[in-house]
Design a protein around this ligand. Structure first.
Ligand SMILES: [Zn+2]
Length: 315
């Protein structure tokens, strides 16, 4: 039977990076339309309201707006209370501003939580009920879904896997601890370790990475894909550190799926396989055997899709 009723969609907006990404999302998590723009950190409210008005120009009716933010959201008030990357969203009452501008119910969610929920509903988490999501890029974040619901923890920071200690004698982390996973395996730290090793390791002498000063983590992945042994070694070692943290997650939570996203996962199997191998070595086997460790599927859409689906659930 075909229905002629106007379809209901949800709008998700990701303001967690340099690019604002908005998506019009169906009730089951498919992206029907997208908009992107360079984020204007001091005019976020006006910018989001503008993108909403653009995406409204479709036959679908929009039921709610969800926004993924790089910060902490108070679950009682729904307000963004901490955001070191985007202080302007904490100062005003962005929710009230957007509700007034759009006439839609507005919800906020931490970006890693939103991405995890996006993958859970419409990506690599489909079919699971218990999932841990890790995003590895400029920083390392994580989020936990237990029995189909986001588990935010006592203060909203559950899942901060980037600050698990990997090297007790390592370097100082932005959080104040020493040797966090993030100080080893985030994109800038992969680059840092690669520079250090280039200076002292004879196996690096044939690497193309040695010929340029300004390489990025993406360049390391690119050279690894071209068969550069030194770049492969750096990804392998990075995967081992991430796998060590993944083993801790597996032992602690016995989740059925771990979904790995973020720009570092663009290296594909070259990073995923060392992660799985190390997690297998270091975790309690009955837990490990019950866990699938997979790459995320939604790429840059994850936060917007998850924010839209959380807005769906709130209405
Ligand atoms: Zn830390």
């Amino acid at each position: 039977m075909t229905s002629t009723a106007t379809p209901v969609h949800y709008l998700g907006v990701d303001i967690s990076g340099a690019t604002l990404r908005a998506a019009l999302v169906t009730t089951t998590g498919e992206v029907a339309a997208r908009r992107e723009a360079a984020l204007e950190p001091n005019a976020v409210g006006a910018q989001v309201a503008h993108v909403v008005s653009e995406l409204r120009d479709t036959p679908a009716s929009i039921a709610a707006l969800g926004i993924g933010v790089p910060g902490l959201v108070n679950p009682e008030t729904g307000r963004v209370v901490v955001s070191t990357d985007l202080p302007a969203v904490v100062r005003g009452d962005l929710r009230a501003e957007l509700q007034q501008a759009t006439g839609l119910p507005v919800t906020f969610e931490n970006d890693a939580n939103a991405a995890a929920y996006g993958e859970y509903v419409a990506g690599a988490g489909r079919g699971s009920r218990n999932l841990f999501y890790i995003t590895i890029g400029t920083g390392i974040g994580g989020a936990l879904i237990l029995d189909g619901r986001l588990w935010r923890g006592a203060s909203g920071f559950a899942g901060e896997v980037g600050h698990i200690t990997i090297d007790p004698e390592g370097i100082l982390c932005t959080c104040g601890n020493v040797g966090c996973l993030e100080t080893v395996a985030s994109a800038p730290n992969i680059v840092r370790r690669t520079h250090e090793r280039l200076l002292r390791d004879s196996t690096s002498s044939l690497s193309r990475l040695g010929m340029t000063k300004d390489f990025t983590a993406a360049d390391i992945a690119h050279e690894a894909n071209n068969g550069d042994d030194f770049a492969l070694l750096m990804l392998e070692r990075t995967g081992r550190s991430i796998g060590t943290a993944v083993a801790t997650v597996i032992n602690l939570l016995n989740v059925e799926r771990i979904v790995l996203g973020g720009t570092i996962m663009d290296a594909g199997d070259l990073i995923l396989q060392p992660i799985i191998r190390e997690a297998g070595k270091r975790s309690f086997q009955p837990c490990f055997e019950a866990t699938q460790i997979v790459a995320a599927q939604l790429a840059a859409d994850a936060v917007a899709v998850g924010a839209a689906m959380l807005a769906r659930d709130a209405t």
